[in-house]
Structures are given as structure tokens and as C-alpha cells.
Design a protein. Structure first.
Length: 207
């Protein structure tokens, strides 16, 4: 006769707590920015030494993207177009002295290839500065190339500043001042400070 086993009461399965998402203090994805900077030559060890460096650089790039997209959106509006094209991006850059000087200088040094890594982030930034405007493929590609140019320039500036840097703030401010021009640098540094405060508040809320 086969042995019978008494039915064991089914234990309630406990759901493992979900892992907290990496806090996002910027519309620019910090992981994407970090990958771009590493590809441009920043050592992963630098990010270990300065843990929120990717957030700081993402904020600096987001400010620049917003500045260009706002001007490009205005150019599209002047042309009675609802979508930003590469021509509108070029017009935005060339008509602004600080932007044109900054990007012409850094483009000369750039050896990368166009990327669409920032596509989602660019649409989110655009929604903030021109909610009713769109951007076509050529506009996205041109903006992505522009951000890649600046990412590479930031990477060079960061590598130059790392040996003397004692704090992340000093490191980032030095790099931004080297890459950005005049008021662009001032506002980018301010944007970085705001993003770091937002990140710290988000981290505290998750504790």
C-alpha cells in the first residue's frame, strides 16, 4: 500500500522588495551620459571617486540642450513649422555668439559618430521648453551629434582637471568653465547645483 502524505498548508509567498530605481535628477539619462563620457576617455575610476559626476554632467548637457532647443523652436515658429529640423538647430547655434563659438571650437576636435542615444531625453527637454513643438529625425540626429561633441570636450576637460580636483564641485566647475562660454558656463554650473540638490532630496526620500 502506497504511503500517503498529509497535505501541507501552502505557505504564503512573500514578495521580495523591489529594488529602488536609480534616482534621476535630470531629464538627460545619467547612465547614457556616463557611457558617453567613458567612451570619450573618462576613467570609470573617476566616477567611483566622484559618485554623482554623471548626474552633474547630465545636468550640464541638459541645460545646453534646452538652450539650443528653445532657440531652434523659435526658428521653427518663425518658419511656420511645427517640427524642428536640423536647419533650425543650425540656425539656433549660428545666431547665438556664445553657442557658435563654443560648438565650432569643440567640433574641430571631435572624431565621433552621430548617435541617437539622447533621443528620448531630447524629446523630454523639448517638451519643457516648447510643449507644442516636435522635432524630426534630422533635428534629433543633429542635436545628438552636438551633445556628443560637448560630451567629448567635457571628457577632455575632466581628465585634465582630475589630478588637482579635491571635490566634485571643483572638478565639474573647472570642466564646464573650460568647455562652455561666458553666460553659458554660469547657467550650466547653476543647473548642476540644482540637479545635485534634487538628487540628494530624492535619495533622502527613498531612505
Amino acid at each position: 500500500m502506497a504511503a500517503t502524505t498529509s497535505a501541507q498548508p501552502e505557505q504564503a509567498k512573500t514578495k521580495a522588495p523591489a529594488k529602488s530605481a536609480v534616482p534621476q535628477a535630470t531629464l538627460m539619462n545619467r547612465k547614457t551620459v556616463r557611457r558617453q563620457l567613458v567612451e570619450a576617455g573618462v576613467s570609470p575610476k573617476t566616477f567611483e571617486t566622484f559618485p554623482n559626476l554623471d548626474v552633474a554632467c547630465a545636468a550640464a548637457l541638459e541645460y545646453l540642450a534646452a538652450e539650443i532647443l528653445e532657440l531652434a523652436g523659435n526658428a521653427a515658429h518663425d518658419d511656420r513649422r511645427v517640427r524642428i529640423t536640423q536647419d533650425h538647430v543650425y540656425k539656433a547655434i549660428l545666431k547665438d555668439r556664445e553657442l557658435s563659438n563654443m560648438l565650432i571650437i569643440n567640433t574641430i576636435e571631435w572624431h565621433g559618430a552621430p548617435s541617437t542615444s539622447y533621443s528620448k531625453s531630447l524629446h523630454e527637454v523639448l517638451a519643457q521648453v516648447h510643449p507644442d513643438a516636435g522635432i524630426d529625425r534630422t533635428g534629433v540626429e543633429t542635436m545628438a551629434k552636438t551633445l556628443a561633441v560637448v560630451s567629448e570636450a567635457l571628457a577632455r576637460a575632466l581628465n585634465s582637471a582630475v589630478p588637482a580636483a579635491t571635490t566634485m564641485g571643483a572638478l565639474v566647475n573647472s570642466a564646464i568653465t573650460e568647455v562652455y562660454n561666458g553666460e553659458l558656463a554660469k547657467h550650466a554650473v547653476s543647473g548642476v547645483a540644482e540637479a545635485i540638490v534634487k538628487l540628494q532630496e530624492s535619495q533622502k526620500a527613498q531612505e
